[in-house]
Write a protein that binds this ligand. Sequence first.
Ligand code: HXC
Length: 259
Amino acid sequence: MAPMNDLLLTRTENRVAIVTLNRPDVLNALSVELMDRLIEAMEGFDRDPSIRVMVLTGGDKVFAAGADIADMAQASVVDMMQRNNLARWLRIKAIRKPIIAAVSGYCLGGGCELAMHCDIIIAAESAKFGQPEINIGVMPGAGGTQRLTRAIGKFKAMEVILNGRFLSAQEAFDAGLVTRVVTKEQCLAEAVRLAEQIAQRPPVALQLAKEAVLAADEMSLSAGLEYERKLFYSLFSTDDQKEGMKAFLEKRKATFQGR
Ligand code: HXC
């Protein structure tokens, strides 16, 4: 068991890894150390064949209020470039298994960018999404200008980023940033329930499907369609494809092995 004052708590159940940000005194500010721990934990679960889906969450009051401002306040541009902490976020982008964010309370700055690195966002009614970096003299740096714009469109993203306005859970849902809004009490349980359902699907197909959906942000339509077709064909080399189609024809539930 991890000590309760650990920066990051992890547990696993039913092939789902639940990863909890745990710096409540500073609203889960994403310090360098916390980000290191998070990335290492996620990469470990990504390699672990007994885990099929991850859930990332914070506390009831906060998902994460952004990068740790105290870490950056006195930094020069050279310090920031030498530390190059943001480059590590590419390692989160490279996680192949599905990640579900369970977001309650503040989800701001780097916290919102972290949620947007996930594949599905379950939000409590209390969730508040925002990119308030403008209020401290900077702008989003871990993908906010790109991913928020793709999620909610230019004109809504501009207001959030240029004026630091927070979106309520319902506004974020209406705008397309959030998959589902539930009560605070249900938020983590709903994310875990969904993760457990997805964990029953064939893991190789899950990973390729995630890859194809993410490719939609990077590719032209015709290149994306071609890429999708190749990934689709490649799944015919898996045992899970044979099992899935056979089980359908035999009118029974398929058992997927991730092979
Ligand atoms: C360091 C933080 C913090 C942060 C909160 N705290 N957010 N410390 N970095 N991002 C600390 C406060 O200093 C305070 O510490 C304690 O957490 C509680 O916060 P309060 O401000 O007292 O709480 P409250 O009045 O409820 O206000 C909540 C809040 C506010 C609206 C979320 O804390 C806030 O505006 N936080 C900063 C949000 C932000 O600007 N995020 C973007 C960061 S830049 P003490 O010691 O006083 O109790 C960023 C860049 C991303 O994310 C680049 C890529 C990673």
